[in-house]
Design a binder for this molecule. Structure first.
Ligand code: NOJ
Length: 583
């Protein structure tokens, strides 16, 4: 096969109109679903080796069905050297032995479907592991070969090519380029890796790469997955000129986002006309999603594609979910919006209208495996860029009580919004970020590549507690844990909260049940005024939601309070509290 060079685009230019046969029906399950993120290595461990696995997930599925979510998204379980916790894939069509086997996956999927849960896999197409056979073949092959053209190899600059091809900086710190040694021992070309050295970027202008991934999608769709979360969906095409680029402000780790002083809209921190970095949001990326959409359309049922696209502003991110592209995109602007009523109202309005502009639902998310858990983040007192994490020496340490109170109020607001919400494992238990992990336990490549300047993301990835008085809090039966669990987590364990009025677990259960009963996910919102600047209030169907982000209590209207993030006495809504009132 003759491969085209990555300097010549093979992708048609972006276009405005979707093809008619691919337009969505408007009634797909994912439009209003609550999707629970399972981080497999930290969810449940059936073997006792200290790392969670697929059988562990199968065993705990009843707890998720009973919580009341609609679907689970599993972070990667594919074969991988685990240099970036599985986001470095060496075989996309196999399960890593750490997590089990393909048969374990099939059993887990069947059990999930039997309990009524959909399952979303996590596809990682921007880069492979450096141990993937494609990359090993590229290293062994000569410059200019088809094997090299599957990745982004370039000559270095300077004397003997000993400087990287440009000044791009890896999201995890350090240069985005690593120089190889040729099979004969001489210094060779450089390859691009947006993330770790062990994660070489693929050349998505190469049709061979595209075809491989269509088959990988079919492999998992044939097994019955209900869709994919797509990693780095904004980064797969690079400016073919590879120009030098210096970000205007400190960028968010996963993308070209910067968070302003209030933690408010990233798009307000960077002027909207700021050009995109030459490795994010290049227009030709959209053709990839049209092709993936067509692959999913070959299958029965509503399969979903959810973009991890760190793109500003929201109106631009909505381009990822046009009717013939992906179905949903994570709403990171919402995630990083400060707990302040004006900012919340603004981001909610803007999200709904940006996504509605292309016929897509908005999504909502407060925590995931890449960010400080919102039970801690919402009480930070200094700016904390995504990826920095919190450690013992970080400034602005969060107050645990205040953080949980705000998190419960924020979640109660989120779950009343129309569209689809994502919940990260452990947030239903009110888990805080683990701040005091010993340095020797840290595993995030960010920690190593920044030489400890950034703590990274380990603090939100600690195995979750199930039973207060069992080894590893019921994560397994041996007490092993790949990241140490804090000594004071017994009160957060699921069994400590089960059936306890006012516990965070019971708050989530009630919110999810009421959301379903009142059709909030498919509703529309109408703002309610009159409670003052620090209050967010809206109606969704027959529910009125009132959230007080300020310090002063506000008077509540008379009505039937069906959900409350804190106990209410005397008809006043205290600070950092959300209520739902039914007509
Ligand atoms: C985003 C994933 O969520 C993150 O965990 C990972 O490190 C990067 N993409 C690279 O795959």
């Amino acid at each position: 096969m003759t491969l085209e060079s990555d300097t010549e685009s093979t992708a048609p230019a972006d276009r405005e109109e979707p093809s008619e046969k691919l337009v969505t029906t408007g009634s797909e399950w994912w439009r209003s679903a609550v999707i629970y993120q399972v981080y497999p290595r930290s969810f449940a461990d059936s073997t006792g080796d200290g790392v969670g696995d697929l059988t562990g997930i199968t065993n705990r599925l009843p707890a998720l069905a009973e919580l009341g979510v609609d679907a689970v998204w599993l972070s990667p379980f594919f074969r991988s050297p685990q240099k970036d916790a599985g986001y470095d894939v060496s075989d996309y069509c196999d399960v890593d032995p750490l997590f089990g086997t393909l048969e374990d996956f099939d059993r887990m999927l069947a059990a999930a479907h039997e309990t009524g849960l959909k399952v979303i896999a996590d596809m990682v197409p921007n880069h492979t592991s450096d141990q993937h056979e494609w990359f090993q073949a590229a290293l062994a092959a000569p410059e200019g070969s088809p094997e090299r053209d599957r990745y982004l190899f370039r000559d270095g600059k300077g004397k003997n090519g000993n400087l990287p091809p440009n000044n791009w900086e890896s999201v995890f710190g350090g240069s985005m380029w690593t120089r190889i040694t040729n099979p004969d021992g001489s210094p060779g070309q450089w390859y691009l890796h947006i993330f770790d050295t062990s994660q070489p970027d693929l050349n998505w202008r190469n049709p061979w790469v595209r075809e491989q991934f269509h088959d990988i999608l079919r492999f998992w769709l044939d097994r019955g997955v209900d869709g994919f979360r797509v990693d780095v969906a904004h980064g797969m095409i690079k400016d073919p000129a590879f120009p030098d680029y210096t970000p205007p402000t400190e960028a968010g780790s996963m993308g070209g986002t910067a968070i302003d002083h209030d933690g408010v809209l990233t798009s307000m921190a960077v002027p909207e006309e700021t050009p995109d970095p030459p490795y994010w949001a290049q227009p030709e990326v959209h053709q990839i999603w049209r092709e993936w959409h067509e692959v999913l359309a070959e299958y029965e049922g509503d399969r979903v594609l959810c973009a991890e696209a760190w793109v500003d502003p929201l109106e631009k991110m909505a381009l990822w979910v046009r009717p013939d592209e992906m179905s949903q995109a994570f709403n990171f602007d919402y995630m990083f919006t400060d707990w302040s009523a004006p900012a919340q109202r603004r981001v909610i309005d803007r999200s709904i209208s940006a996504f509605a502009g292309v016929g897509a639902p908005s999504t909502w998310v407060l925590s995931n495996h890449d960010v400080v858990r919102h039970a801690s983040r919402l009480a930070l007192t200094t700016e904390n860029p995504q990826g920095a994490g919190i450690g013992p020496k970080s400034a602005g340490q969060p107050d645990r009580v205040l953080g949980l109170r705000r998190a419960r109020a924020a979640t109660s607001l989120m779950l009343a919004l129309p569209g689809s919400s994502y919940v990260y494992q452990g947030e239903e238990l009110g888990l805080p970020e683990v701040i005091d992990l010993p340095d020797s336990a840290r595993q995030d490549p960010t920690w190593f590549r920044t030489h400890g300047e950034k703590y990274g993301r380990d603090g939100c990835r600690v195995p979750i507690p199930w039973e207060a008085h069992k080894p590893a809090y019921g994560f397994n039966s041996t007490g092993n844990s790949w990241l140490p669990q804090p000594d004071d987590w017994a009160p957060y364990a699921r069994d400590s909260q089960d059936g306890v009025p006012g516990s965070t677990l019971e708050l989530y259960r009630s919110a999810l049940r009421l959301r379903r009963e009142h059709g909030l996910g498919t509703g529309t919102i109408e703002w309610v005024t009159g409670y003052g600047a620090e209050v967010v209030a809206f109606r969704n169907g027959d529910i009125t939601v009132i959230a007080n982000t300020g310090e002063v209590a506000v008077e509540l209207p008379v009505g039937d309070i069906v959900l409350s993030s804190e106990s209410i006495t005397g008809g006043a809504l205290p600070a950092d509290t959300t209520v739902w009132i039914a007509d």
